[in-house]
Design a protein around this ligand. Sequence first.
Ligand code: GDP
Ligand code: MG
Length: 171
Amino acid sequence: MKEARVVIMGAGGVGKSALTVQFVRNVFVSTYDPTIEDTYRKNLTIDGQQCMVEILDTAGTEQFMALKELYMKSGQGFILVFSLTHLASVNELGPLREQIVRIKNARVPLVLVGNKSDLKAERQVPREIGTNLSRAWGNVPYYEASARKRINVDEVFADIVRQCRSLEAGM
Ligand code: GDP
Ligand code: MG
């Protein structure tokens, strides 16, 4: 696989842009315009194979359902992010996943991420909520990550690329 098209989604403020920018540029950007929707590219070698990862960092401000559907159609893998410091951000992911599964199919490459693991004192979401959701979704991989401390950032993206590869290889 030469290219993997990944879409990162979730509620506003959970750290989608921070995770993406940390992955692509190795910096933590603490003030990123919440309305900016942008595409990033990074060349990766995973398991000895080179791959260009294209990431669509969504802003959730799509005015038209059709636009959202369009990028769901064009995406190959999806990273669904909530914040470990904001319980309500978990609830936004169910409907998103349903829409993705409807547009793609149940075997769509997916990763679930609980971000901001560095903010231990502000944590609202116990690990079990993430692991239970992962199980309910057919054992999608679940990572607790920190864009700020660069914890599990590479792992999340490597996981989704591996899943995209397996799907393409018909495995
Ligand atoms: P987005 O709306 O999902 O793209 O969220 P942003 O990436 O813009 O992040 C929203 C806010 O959360 C910003 O103030 C970030 O600095 C902060 N943030 C994002 N990721 C982390 C993290 O891993 N740890 C901490 N402490 N703050 C984070
Ligand atoms: Mg953003």
